[in-house]
Ligand binder design. Structure first.
Ligand code: B1M
Length: 792
């Protein structure tokens, strides 16, 4: 009988092992598309499925890991032919044991999504949807999305299943030793986001051996409200007498998996290197196990892909991304000046906002398009979670679709229309929501009436399956100059919500003081009174130092800032003043690069060119900024999306430098040809591109082979163009080896040329060791080398 969504909560399930390594073992040679074997060598695929079924697994996985439009572009078969054959093979193997279920395997697309790559969320969704529709057409029992490293890609795949199928869906991601995925996703952020999307199980696959995965599994078990699945590798691959084996034996693998089951993991299986023997051994160990109950205390948390904000105390929501009452902001929206908005985001974060409210509602702009754009841009430069602020359900849904994490929706209210349109969207995307205590009759005068509306909102949310702790109640700040008695009613309602309903509260604080002098004083005093009565999420202007200082002081007095650590850190006399990205104020090019403000980079570079030479800008601004970015990345302060954001910013700056160089110093007669390449395995090409432009500027003709260049392409280019000089760049310790092999291949093929090498990872000694003729520290030295070679 086909598996149901409920089954995962009630019993232990055993998945199979890894199709990929089994196919390799069966003789699959590198360079083939493994999914073609569903047609070309179906017996082998069926045999692998049968082996796993015989070893006792409950679910087998189709041979479709790479079956998507992009990955099989070069295949002789269509996507439909491949998926159909894969499902038929699994069905044929199932004749062995009709109780085995068939999961359609969905792997990563193979191209990065924005902002790390160029694929849009919608394109990714469509690619996954195509596969899911084939799964439905040819009949699978469930879907497993696996080996994901980008949370947004995982989200696109989950939505593609949920919107096109009723079948259960499992999603697993792959974590590195650092405890995060390659793009910086934390296990907790994965759980919050995928639980919100209502997956039927989630967890981790591939990555490492089971022991190394334990810390990640422990976090997932504590965080996930969905059943948890674990499918590790059989350790690391090692080569013994030319054969690849994995260093964790089936006994060790099985015992680790059993301990996971005892802790509460309810779906187990294997990834790379786990043959049928591993699965059979594991089956034997877990056959009498029942699902171990886990203690999960649900606390309200929101997140981006790499940062979780626990609403366990006062958290500041920055209010500045909102055109209301802000002339400059309105102008920025009308002029499509995204950098202005990004600056508002960055400066609020630097001033310690925990969450950013995002509101782009202006009657004359297309709010849906703009909201999506702003959400995407903000999440490419920062990992601070967002609050999506709009009245329009279409805007909210469009923003939640691209938001990479668990957001807050601002807001729903007690009106029937609002409840019935906003809450289903909140539920579908797994967001938290602000509940405004007003309804068809407007804002009630008394605290009791507001609390009654709050109760109604919470009840409706719960009916839809939204956890009541994810509803943050806004008891509404009214202007004290118009309705003086209302301030105390608002505060009373805050206290009631905390004490009687046990929920978190939100208030836009500064409304209190409209129309009165010394607004800061009233705002600050009202804020203190509210905080003391339980306000958790003040929506405020982080640029107001007095307000922010008040919150810091409150946290000390309310025992939230234990041992006054944060207070002392902030107010100690010898702390460094942060450089704040104030809107309207010019930042240095270095800061612009560090913050990833792409558009501002061009302006700042042009300005600098008035006082500095191009190469000085490279050496004194670009490289030092990227050094800081690199160090922040290494320390885990920023993650891949931000690293890429800074790299893109440098590209914009360098484009301006290049134009300037070409307009001033270009020389028309070639002094000689030079082949340049960033070596195989390395995609860092900023440095190589600088070297290229400078050499061209000195009159050399550059044959630029690009980055990640195969050894044979370098050899071929050097031969065909009969160059006297080849330049190779490498930025990573791991790719110096590939540089050495490229040099060796040039020598072995008797190419009569000199080789010079460069890149931050090299030095004179390394260059000698890998048998390069010259080492260039920077672009200037590259020119010196070219002069020597071409005047010899
Ligand atoms: Co990455 N990256 N990166 N990265 N990245 C480094 C190199 C790293 C040191 C960061 C860190 O962890 N601290 C680290 C390498 C660690 C190591 O092996 N020692 C690293 C890593 C780990 C990675 C990834 C693996 C991250 C990941 O995906 N988890 C991944 C690698 C992918 C791959 O290559 N297979 C990756 C990806 C990226 C981005 C795509 C995001 C981006 C590159 C964008 C691009 O190049 N198009 C990027 C960036 C920007 C960096 C840092 C921050 C900056 C590099 C740079 O452009 N510097 C870098 C940290 C750092 O260097 N501080 C880092 C500025 C550039 C002008 O300097 O290239 O040294 P440089 O060039 C100088 C000189 O060295 C010399 O002249 C230039 C001008 O003076 N020179 C030559 C260079 N080549 C020359 C050739 C010559 C002559 C002189 O003759 C031929």
């Amino acid at each position: 009988m086909a598996i149901s969504k409920k089954d995962f909560k009630d019993r232990i399930f055993l998945f199979d092992g890894a199709m990929g390594t089994m196919l390799q073992k069966a003789g699959l040679k590198g360079g083939h598309i493994p999914e073609e074997l569903n047609i070309d060598n179906k017996e082998t695929v069926i045999d692998i499925h049968k082996k796993y079924i015989q070893s006792g697994c409950d679910i087998i996985t189709t041979n479709t890991f790479g079956a998507n439009k992009l990955k099989i572009e070069k295949s002789k078969y269509s996507l439909e032919e491949i998926v159909k054959a894969a499902i038929e093979n699994a069905k044929e193997a199932r004749n062995e044991n009709q109780s085995a279920n068939i999961a359609l395997d969905i792997g990563p697309i193979g191209e990065l999504l924005e902002p790390m790559g160029t694929l849009s969320f919608d394109e990714a969704y469509e690619i996954f949807k195509e596969v899911v529709l084939l799964g439905e057409k040819y009949g699978v029992d469930l879907y497993i999305i696996e080996t994901m490293t980008d949370l947004n890609e995982a989200r696109a795949a989950v939505l593609a299943v949920k919107e096109n199928s009723e079948k259960p869906v499992i999603c697993t991601m792959t974590f590195e030793k650092s405890g995060r995925t390659f793009t910086g996703v934390s296990p907790e952020a994965m759980c919050l986001t995928l639980n919100g999307l209502n997956v039927d199980a989630l967890g981790v696959n591939c990555s490492l051996g089971p022991k190394e995965l334990e810390p990640v599994v422990d976090i997932i078990l504590k965080s996930s409200t969905s059943p948890v699945i674990v499918q590790p590798n059989a350790g690391l691959p090692i080569s013994v007498n030319g054969e690849t084996i994995f260093n964790v034996k089936k006994e060790e693998f099985g015992q680790s998996m059993l301990s996971f089951v005892k802790k509460g993991v309810s779906i187990v299986g294997g990834c790379c290197g786990t043959t049928e023997e591993y699965i059979a051994y594991l089956k034997d160990l877990i056959k009498n196990e029942a699902v171990s109950q886990r203690e999960i205390t649900y606390s309200p948390k929101i997140c981006s892909a790499s940062k979780v904000v626990n609403i366990d105390g006062v958290k500041v929501i920055g209010e500045r991304i909102n055109p209301t009452g802000k002339k400059l902001f309105k102008e920025a929206l009308r002029n499509n000046d995204i950098d202005y908005i990004i600056k508002e985001a960055i400066s609020q974060i630097e001033l310690e906002a925990d969450i950013l409210d995002v509101n782009v509602g202006l009657p004359e702009i297309d709010e849906v398009t703009y909201m999506v754009k702003v959400v995407k841009e903000i999440q490419s430069v920062t990992d601070t979670p967002l609050q999506i602020d709009s009245n329009d359900p279409k805007v909210i849904e469009a923003a939640l679709r691209v938001y990479n994490g668990k957001a807050i929706v601002n807001s729903v209210n007690g009106e029937e229309k609002s409840l019935s349109t906003i809450l289903p969207i909140v539920k579908k995307y797994g967001a938290a929501v602000v509940g405004l205590t007003l309804d068809e009759n407007g804002i009630p005068n008394t605290a009791e009436e507001r609390v009654a509306i709050a109760k109604r909102i919470v009840k409706r949310a719960e009916v839809l399956g939204i956890n009541r702790n994810d509803v943050f109640i806004d008891t509404l700040t009214l202007t004290v100059s118009a309705q003086q008695e209302q301030a105390l009613e608002t505060i009373k309602a805050v206290r009631y919500i905390r004490d009687e309903l046990g929920l978190k509260t939100v208030l836009g604080v500064s409304n209190i003081s409209f129309g009165l002098p010394n607004r800061e004083l009233l705002n600050r005093t009202f804020l203190t009174m509210c905080l003391n009565n339980g306000l958790t999420l003040p929506i405020i202007n982080p640029k107001s130092q007095e307000i922010m200082d008040t919150i810091k002081a409150f946290k000390v007095l309310s025992m939230e800032d234990l041992e006054e650590k944060n207070y002392i850190k902030h107010f100690s006399t010898n702390k460094e003043e942060p450089k704040i990205a104030k809107s309207g104020e010019a930042l240095s090019l270095k800061d612009i690069i560090i913050k990833g403000m792409k558009e501002d980079a061009k302006k700042a570079t042009k300005l600098l060119l008035e006082t500095k030479k191009e190469l000085d800008i490279v050496n004194e601004d670009l490289i030092p900024a990227l050094d800081i970015v690199g160090a922040n990345y290494e320390k885990g302060y920023i993650f891949l999306p931000q690293l890429i954001g800074s790299a893109e910013t440098v590209k914009n700056s360098f484009q301006v430098l290049k134009e300037s160089l070409n307009s001033t110093g270009g020389q028309s007669i070639s002094k000689g040809k030079i082949v340049l390449a960033t070596v195989k395995g390395d995609i860092h090409d900023i440095g190589k591109n600088i070297v290229k432009v400078i050499l061209e500027n000195y009159g050399y003709e550059i044959i630029d082979l690009g980055r990640d260049v195969p050894i044979e392409n370098v050899v071929e280019a050097a031969r065909v163009h009969k160059v006297k000089l080849v330049g190779l760049s490498a930025l990573m310790t791991t790719t110096v080896k590939s540089m050495e092999e490229t040099i060796k291949s040039l020598r072995d093929n008797n190419i009569d040329c000199k080789v010079f090498v460069g890149g931050a990872v090299l030095n004179e000694d390394y260059a000698k060791m890998i048998k390069a003729d010259y080492y260039a520290k920077d672009a200037k030295e590259a020119v010196e080398i070219a002069k020597i070679v071409y005047t010899e």
